[in-house]
Design a protein around this ligand. Structure first.
Ligand SMILES: [Zn+2]
Length: 365
């Protein structure tokens, strides 16, 4: 069955209550519905996992929606800008048929991850926040500010809060979300099927331990049927080495959500070649994220089919940015375009670029 939601224009237009139905008899009834309920019912019928890579200008905001309509947002983008990032997240949520976000996971307390939380909470109901515990970077002004605003939000008593440890599985239905890293701790044992020696450790230099919130990132391994995705927030190179050397504790994944917006403090060969993704998706901004050396590592990854970027990166220039069709926001005026991954339980998936309106298919192997 073909996808029938009208793509693009922008989220708001898609959400205006109009649902486009393909010439598919089994879905005829859905045409009678409108708005969120129709979208939700239609998505459930498709049995796909939808992952929106919202453009928050070099921060993170990645929204997962299961076929049953359960939702997990990883990070909330930045504060300020009249709620720009929160508005974009809400538009994605509504496009997916959500009227609330069940879980909001804050990977760490830097302003490009937790900053948007108060503005988001003012715009859409949230069920539970998930985070790594205390802010560990009390000397950085913007981090302390973001942390305090988040604490004020939790203090309202409106939300549940979970502070999981590595190895915990989050209580989200319809996909499996296992915690890999949290507050500087990592899983001790390899995931099932993993644990092989990692040849890429030899190619990865040893780097000093990070001292910021980055290494505290709450990282997750997400499984939907046979489809595997990895999100480690801004987890740093030193922690990657601990996680992936001498044995690879993660095994292979299909999709690598590029750590730290593609900056060179993350994405060691030990991690990238160890997990050997088919596709990497980088949530960089025009002027934040996307270091040339990181591209080089990712592009050389043995099983990589494509790298996608939320933005063209000024730093990367023509030499490193991927082809235009794989970039959601080209140079010039920023339109806040998104990428969307549509995952199937057989392990196949599609990637849709809202800028080009094109979808690329990655059939199950
Ligand atoms: Zn970040």
């Amino acid at each position: 069955m073909t996808r029938f939601l009208r793509r693009g224009l922008n989220f708001r237009k898609a959400w205006s209550g109009v649902v486009y139905v393909a010439a598919c008899a089994s879905l005829a009834a859905i045409a009678l519905l409108s708005g969120a309920s129709a979208t939700k019912a239609a998505l459930a019928a498709q049995k796909t996992l939808r992952v929106y890579f919202v453009d928050v200008e070099g921060g993170q905001a990645t929204l997962f929606v299961t076929p049953e309509g359960q939702s997990l947002l990883i990070d909330t983008g930045w504060d300020g800008n009249s709620g720009r990032d929160a508005d974009r997240i809400v538009a994605a949520a509504k496009s997916a048929g959500l009227s609330k976000i069940d879980y909001v996971l804050i990977t760490h307390f830097h302003e490009d991850h937790v900053g948007g939380a108060p503005q988001l909470a003012a715009r859409i109901p949230i069920g539970t926040f998930i985070d790594h515990g205390e802010n560990r970077e009390s000397t950085d002004g913007p981090t302390v500010q973001g942390w305090q605003a988040y604490q004020a939000l939790l203090a309202t008593g409106k939300y549940k809060r979970i502070t999981p440890k590595p190895g915990d599985v989050l209580p989200i239905q319809g996909m499996r979300v296992e915690v890999i890293s949290a507050d500087g701790a990592l899983i001790e044992k390899p995931l099932p099927g993993a644990g092989q020696e990692n040849a890429a450790c030899k190619e990865s230099e040893t780097r000093p331990a990070d001292k910021t919130e980055n290494l505290r990132s709450l990282g997750t391994f997400i499984t939907f049927g046979k489809l595997k995705l990895l999100d480690l927030g801004d987890l740093t190179w030193d922690k990657e080495m601990e996680l992936m050397c001498p044995v690879n504790k993660l095994g292979h994944v299909d999709v690598y959500i590029v750590s730290h917006h593609g900056w060179q403090q993350s994405s060691s060969p030990a991690l990238v070649y160890g997990i050997a993704p088919r596709v990497a998706i980088m949530d960089n901004g025009a002027k934040k994220g996307g270091t040339p050396s990181t591209w080089d590592i990712i592009e050389k990854s043995p099983k990589l089919e494509n790298l996608w970027q939320v933005h063209f990166s000024d730093e990367g220039g023509a030499a490193h940015n991927v082809a235009a069709e794989f970039i959601a926001n080209p140079p010039g005026t920023d339109a806040g375009n998104y990428l969307e991954l549509i995952g199937q339980a057989d392990g196949g998936f599609d990637v849709f670029n809202s800028q080009t309106q094109e979808t690329k298919k990655y059939p199950a192997r």
